[in-house]
Design a protein around this ligand. Structure first.
Ligand code: CU
Length: 133
């Protein structure tokens, strides 16, 4: 999409994402949004037994790796997320199998963002990319 114009573009978007069975993978590896758009995202942990979360990160692989390792150290009580890491753009809680959560956030500026699961051992296997246009 091109810029210009004074009117806010985008409006809102609704995204649904789940887990690929009992694999350490989301059921979608690519998502899209428009910069500044209000995103309503529902993550359903469709696994029967494993915990998962959904975390949108900026800064690419190195930032995601840091978030995953610091999240591991922070533990489940912290949702396996580091406190005050500016590269965490949006996230759900850690969800038990069968649970779901809907979050809303403003899509960040245009670019490519990783979404990951920070439950121990799931990153880097469990990830995808959100393209913001
Ligand atoms: Cu996971």
């Amino acid at each position: 999409a091109s810029g210009g114009g004074g009117a806010a573009s985008g409006g809102s978007a609704t995204i649904e994402i789940a887990v690929d069975g009992e694999n350490l993978a989301f059921n979608k590896t690519t998502l899209e949004a428009a910069a500044g758009q209000q995103v309503t995202l529902t993550f359903k942990n469709s696994s029967a037994v494993q915990q998962h979360n959904w975390v949108l990160v900026s800064g690419g692989d190195s930032a995601a790796s840091t978030i995953a390792s610091d999240g591991l150290a922070a533990g489940l009580a912290a949702q396996y997320l580091p406190a005050n890491n500016p590269n965490v753009v949006a996230h759900t809680k850690v969800l038990d199998g069968g649970a779901s959560e809907t979050i809303t956030f403003t899509a960040p500026s245009a670019g490519t963002y990783l979404f990951i699961c920070t439950v121990p051992g799931h990153y880097p296997l469990m990830q995808g990319t959100m393209t913001v246009k």
